[in-house]
Design a protein around this ligand. Sequence first.
Ligand code: FAD
Ligand code: FES
Length: 252
Amino acid sequence: MKFDAQDCLLVKKTKLTQTIYDFRLKNADLAEITKPGQFAHLLVPGKTLRRPISVCDVRDDIIRIVFEVRGEGTRILSETEEGSMINMICPLGKGFDIPKDKKVIFIGGGIGVPPMLYSAKTAGSNSIVINGFRDKSAVILTQDFRDIGCRLIETTDNGSYGIHGFVTDPLKEVIDSADMICACGPTPMLKNIAAMAKDHGKECFVSLEQRMACGIGACLGCAVGIDRGDGSLTYKHVCKDGPVFRAEEVIW
Ligand SMILES: Cc1cc2nc3c(=O)[nH]c(=O)nc-3n(C[C@H](O)[C@H](O)[C@H](O)COP(=O)(O)OP(=O)(O)OC[C@H]3O[C@@H](n4cnc5c(N)ncnc54)[C@H](O)[C@@H]3O)c2cc1C
Ligand code: FES
């Protein structure tokens, strides 16, 4: 497979919270082939290694990414001016395979919420979305999810907005109504969701985050332990074989 790096025009930049940015990047060719749950590998000026950011949404020729400033790379990225070009390799990885005929619960935790937007939009208004945040100041994309027309449930850890608790609290109430669960967020959250899905006999897919270097399966930098199906261990690349994996095959 050939991986092309392409320049994308930053047409709109919005600051969603103190630390989270929303970029709309124009590139018709990439927008056309990008699927929910895939990611872009962005070149950051002055950095050798690209930074992986999930695709939040695709509309016409625009790819939208939403990212949090965590370190130097994302800080530099956040300072990009509208009208500038950002070089990225996209789409990368295997995303969510969303069947049209199933009722899906999408669950996002913190900065794992953005990739759920394109995924839930693809599934349609029959889906349920549960998004969880640390507190009110971290809540993002509420109106975007409402616009899909799906049932939206929001939680905060401290109760300052939405339901007081973790995403797994409202999940208990709705899990039996769904055929499938797709989730992205912190590892402890994914691990608990995977356990609940197993208990309730529901198919579950999780999007894993791992530090990455090449992003294309060439460096072994993003290996994750996977159960071969018989209890024995193998390793897969989060960048190439994932980031979405069947929850039951992940060794937590
Ligand atoms: C497939 C994938 C999709 C992602 N999607 C998004 C997204 O949609 N929005 C978003 O905000 N972030 C996303 N991330 C995380 C993002 O790539 C990192 O936050 C970013 O690379 C940090 O770069 P930095 O130079 O700012 O920080 P660095 O200086 O490299 O590190 C700063 C801090 O961030 C932590 N960190 C760095 N890389 C990662 C990582 N890959 N996962 C977890 N923690 C990390 C480090 O432990 C460190 O504490 C994604 C990561 C992956 C692997
Ligand atoms: S980041 Fe190089 S193999 Fe995945």
